[in-house]
Design a protein around this ligand. Structure first.
Ligand SMILES: C[S@@+](CC[C@H](N)C(=O)[O-])C[C@H]1O[C@@H](n2cnc3c(N)ncnc32)[C@H](O)[C@@H]1O
Length: 158
């Protein structure tokens, strides 16, 4: 996905990918074309070493389900801090599948074992952890694969 995002950039745009695990950044580096204009930043999403309003848009891709409650709140606060007014914050993560989906019944034992915080994304709406003052009018939510995944597109006010 990173390579494809980078290919859609206009000439002076820059994409930074941030992870707290060096091995994840090393894996990504192997997959990127040598010419990709992608910065790899070793950083903790709960305490970003970045200036306020550093980015036009930000994406949290399958990160929130990895984190305990308090860290999830801190990550979202940081994501809002570094994203510019009028920018967008996109969040992609787990979501509770619809009642007709077999995944709703067979995934929980596996998720509980492998991803201890993931069920929070099934039980609660992401609005729950957003900083105070984010209006639901600025949030567009879509679900995918029978509800297993969700995408939130949050437009930051001016
Ligand atoms: C499920 S993986 C998704 C990885 C990557 N986005 C991808 O699609 O391959 C979640 C990632 O979040 C990273 N992560 C977990 N806690 C983090 C934190 N506090 N700050 C930054 N990255 C974190 C993990 O190291 C892991 O690479």
């Amino acid at each position: 996905m990173t390579q494809r995002l980078a290919e859609r950039h206009t000439h002076n745009a820059k994409l930074d990918v941030l992870d707290v695990a060096p091995i994840q950044l090393a894996n990504l580096k192997r997959k990127l074309h040598a010419s990709s204009n992608v910065g790899l930043l070793l950083n903790d999403s709960t305490h970003l070493e970045l200036e306020d309003n550093s980015y036009q848009d930000s994406l949290l891709f399958f990160l929130l389900h990895e984190q305990p409650w308090k860290e999830r709140i801190a990550t979202l606060k940081e994501a809002f801090r570094v994203t510019r007014p009028r920018g967008q914050l996109i969040i992609v993560d787990y979501h509770q599948p619809f009642a007709w989906s077999p995944l709703r019944y067979c995934l929980p034992p596996l998720l509980n074992k492998l991803e201890p915080f993931a069920m929070d994304l099934w039980k609660y709406d992401i609005h729950q952890w957003l900083p105070a003052g984010v209006s639901s009018e600025n949030i567009l939510k879509k679900t995918y694969f029978g509800g297993l995944y969700q995408k939130l597109q949050i437009s930051l006010p001016a």
